[in-house]
Design a protein around this ligand. Structure first.
Ligand code: SF4
Ligand code: SF4
Length: 88
């Protein structure tokens, strides 16, 4: 299966890795990933944890907007993100 690739400005091959999942158990709802996403692909939502405590977490609000830059993952101190290239 082929993988979707692009080119950098300088013409080097680049494989975007798109957001796949955000671990709700690790997320502390700080919102840093939402601020850093230039595409508006992420958002906040409520989550009920195993102790029946409601808290805010980051979610993938619109995956179709993701450009695969992984900036959200780099800014997340809790390493909540999973990414994958797109098969074509
Ligand atoms: S940066 Fe990480 S911990 Fe903070 S809201 Fe985003 S996913 Fe959650
Ligand atoms: S990989 Fe980039 S575009 Fe996709 S959700 Fe993360 S910051 Fe936004």
């Amino acid at each position: 299966m082929a993988t979707f690739t692009g080119l950098t400005y300088g013409g080097q091959e680049w494989t975007p890795k798109f957001v796949e999942a955000i671990d709700p158990m690790k997320c502390m709802g700080c919102g840093r990933c939402i601020k850093v996403c230039s595409q508006g692909a992420l958002g906040l939502d409520t989550f009920m944890d195993e102790d029946d405590m409601q808290r805010m977490i980051s979610i993938i609000a619109d995956k179709d907007r993701c450009i695969g830059c992984q900036a959200c993952g780099r800014t997340c101190a809790k390493r909540c993100f999973t990414f994958a290239p797109k098969e074509i």
